[in-house]
Design a protein around this ligand. Structure first.
Ligand code: NDP
Ligand code: MG
Length: 388
């Protein structure tokens, strides 16, 4: 029996993970949800507790914790609160895999706790690697933790790399759908609404990553994620727009051969692979119908239109604490955009102005990372309130 902890079980990746668990159990693969967590969604977490009967559930917001505790659920389990709750379960020996489906900086400490306790991690929370890739990489080298990607591009790369020595890899090609604004001009981008930005053509995801996909910051984050997951120079990582989202990424080798991993755009496939890795287990998820595909097309990303991708490349080259600023300023700006306080093109503007104010720390430790994260958010919120 594989026992798992699903952190962020009420989110898009979390719900898909529980769907994968249902599918695996249906197909006779023994996986059991031992722990689940949410930020504040008491309603859904309660239903998940009744269905999956975990040993404990962790809820982050204090008032939601109080509400959950006051409910009389049929399944009696421990109810824990916040990061302390995560720390409390992290060193228990009754589970072996953590699914980190938390969003943003909130995923960092659970990633670190999991590594400290030698748990394997199926990582959706790419922000952990963006802000603390070097630190996490160093911790992993000394630990028995396996870090497996859930992100579809990185799952594709992992699959393409099977059996291939790293020194034969000449290029990783990360594909990107291009988001809802692929064909928009910069002038049109100036007035796009939140509803338009949330209307992703191929993927149904949480709000934050949907906006990151519309600005292409998501792809910038994924370059950093690839660097740390596969220990590769970033100049070997290329981004290619592929609007159909059928090829999830590709690897080019020294003999000119290219491997691509394909599938319908459905996160359940990479989630299941991360849970069963290195095994493949039967699923009933939809298949690609090649006969009905009209074409698979590719184009270069437009860096002038999608300035967030340009900023991400600059940050990758500078390294140090710049990625922390990039991530935090982005989280703050995306929150402001979702709350209709700033415009779409203000997102890169506020990120750039925060990066400009920052003095690089070339080797930030965890404490520095937490400080710089909170400093960067403040810069964006202050600058936005002045300009409002
Ligand atoms: P969602 O916003 O849908 O879900 C986030 C989950 O984390 C929810 O369970 C939420 O709880 C919980 N949460 C939010 N904030 C906090 C906090 N401060 N402390 C503790 N828990 C919190 O996000 P997604 O599922 O879309 O994304 C999760 C991660 O996976 C992100 O890093 C994203 O980049 C990555 N990813 C997502 C993909 C997708 O298809 N969605 C694809 C590839 C990567 P509550 O419901 O109570 O608010
Ligand atoms: Mg992705």
């Amino acid at each position: 029996m594989k026992n798992i902890a699903v952190l962020g079980s009420t989110g898009s990746i979390g719900k898909n993970t529980l769907e994968v668990v249902r599918n695996l159990n249906w197909n006779g693969y023994p996986v059991n949800v031992k722990y689940i967590s949410a930020n504040s969604n008491v309603e859904l977490l309660s239903r998940q507790i009744e269905e999956f009967k975990p040993g404990a559930a962790v809820i982050f917001k204090q008032e939601s914790f109080d509400e959950l505790k006051s409910r009389s659920l049929k399944h009696k389990c421990e109810i824990l609160c916040g990061q302390e709750g995560i720390n409390e379960i992290a060193n228990r020996d009754d589970f072996e895999l953590v699914i980190n489906a938390l969003v943003g900086f909130s995923g960092l400490m659970p990633t670190i706790e999991a590594i400290k306790n030698g748990k394997d991690i199926a990582l959706a929370n790419k922000e952990s690697l963006v802000v603390a890739g070097e630190l996490i990489y160093a911790m992993l080298e000394k630990s028995k933790t396996k870090l497996l990607p859930i992100d579809s591009e990185h799952s594709a790369i992992l699959q393409c790399l099977l059996g291939e020595p790293l020194n034969t890899v000449t290029k990783l090609i990360l594909t990107a759908s291009g988001g809802p604004f692929r064909d928009f001009s910069k002038e049109q981008l100036d007035s796009v609404s939140v509803a338009q930005a949330l209307n992703h053509p191929n993927w149904k995801m949480g709000n934050k990553i949907t906006i990151d996909s519309a600005t292409l910051m998501n792809k910038g984050f994924e370059i950093i994620e690839a660097k740390w997951l596969f220990n590769l120079e970033v100049d070997k990582v290329e981004v290619l727009i592929h609007p159909q989202s059928i090829i999830h990424s590709m690897v080019e080798f020294s003999d000119g051969s290219v491997k691509a991993q394909m599938g319908v755009p459905d996160m359940k496939v990479p989630i299941q692979y991360a849970i069963t890795y290195p095994e493949r287990v039967r699923s009933d998820f939809p298949r690609v119908d090649f006969k009905s595909l009209k074409n698979l097309s590719f184009e270069q990303p437009d860096f002038d239109k999608f300035e967030c991708l340009k900023l991400a490349y600059q940050v990758i080259n500078s390294g140090g604490s710049y990625p922390v600023v990039l991530n935090a300023a982005n989280e703050a700006a995306v929150e402001l955009f979702l709350n209709k306080k700033i415009k779409f093109l203000d997102i890169p503007y506020f990120i750039k102005s925060t990066l400009d104010k920052h003095t690089n720390n070339t080797k930030p430790d965890l404490e520095n990372i937490i400080e710089i994260d909170s400093w960067s958010r403040k810069q964006v919120f202050n600058a936005a309130s002045v300009s409002a």
